[in-house]
Design a protein around this ligand. Structure first.
Ligand code: ADP
Ligand SMILES: Nc1ncnc2c1ncn2[C@H]1C[C@H](O)[C@@H](COP(=O)(O)O)O1
Length: 222
């Protein structure tokens, strides 16, 4: 039986997967979309023209990369809207500003004027009543050691060569960010509590949680 029907997940739902680099968002996106018969919206990593340059020189490329990601995510957002939902999205647009742009600005690797231009653009595009928020944000969390092990195992050279302190800083910021996040309902999942890589069926209890969460949220709205 289709798990979407079994757990009564509305076919127009938009679920976004958030969490630090390497935590397992893409893997979760694929597994959930497959189990629910939803479409996927992925970040473009391999074809991103700025990512390698950015990791080689944060100061020089921070602004360009943020603008690139913002444009890409906005196109994805439009696609999701045009299909009428039914999507699992790999990373939320909120993390671009709440984690990455902010971190580079505060660490001095994004120029203050560039940061202001970026946040103005972000607010004008995203923080409007017309911008559809996801029905649910699934936040994946895990220990720094486990996440660094996954980054190393996945093997993107520019990430492997980035100092551990960068991932540590990001890990801390994510924790603070999610504790204050309120743009949509949040379901937190610890990566030690499931293994969708070796046990495909372990996606079902996650879908059960999602269903519970979505229905509870709907009830609260009434
Ligand atoms: N549930 C899991 N158990 C074990 N390894 C995982 C799991 N989810 C992801 N991984 C591994 O961790 C690495 C990063 O996962 P990925 O989904 O690409 O992360 P993200 O999209 O968050 O950057 C990959 O090598 C992937 O195979
Ligand atoms: N907004 C962003 N700023 C800087 N870097 C970013 C941003 N969004 C994603 N990234 C980087 C981080 C990773 O190296 C890749 C892909 O992210 P992942 O979490 O592995 O999906 O892009």
């Amino acid at each position: 039986m289709n798990l979407r029907n079994k757990y009564d997940i509305p076919s127009n739902s938009v679920i976004t997967i958030a969490g630090t680099v390497g935590v397992g968002k893409s893997t979760m996106t694929k597994a959930l979309a497959n189990a629910l018969g939803f479409r996927t919206s992925f970040e473009k990593v391999d074809t991103n023209p700025y990512l390698d340059r950015f990791y080689a020189d944060f100061n020089r490329w921070s602004f360009h990369l943020q603008i690139y990601f913002l444009a890409e995510r906005f196109k994805e957002q439009k696609k999701i809207f045009e299909y009428g939902g039914g999507f699992i999205q790999d990373r939320s647009i909120y993390e671009d500003t709440g984690i990455f742009a902010k971190m580079h600005y505060e660490k001095g690797t994004m120029d203050p004027v560039d940061y202001e231009t970026y946040t103005n653009l972000f607010d004008a595009m995203v923080m409007t009543p017309y911008f559809p928020h996801p029905n649910l944000l699934i936040y994946l969390e895990g220990s720094l050691d486990d996440i660094i092990a996954r980054i190393q195992e996945r093997g993107r050279p520019m990430e492997q060569q980035t100092p551990t302190s960068y991932w540590e800083e990001m890990h801390e910021r994510y924790e603070k960010w999610i504790n204050n996040f309120n743009a949509c309902p949040v379901l937190r999942l610890n990566i030690n509590e499931y293994d969708i890589v070796d046990e495909e069926q372990s996606i079902e209890p996650i879908i059960e949680k999602i269903s519970h969460f979505i229905h509870q949220t709907e009830l609260l709205k009434k």
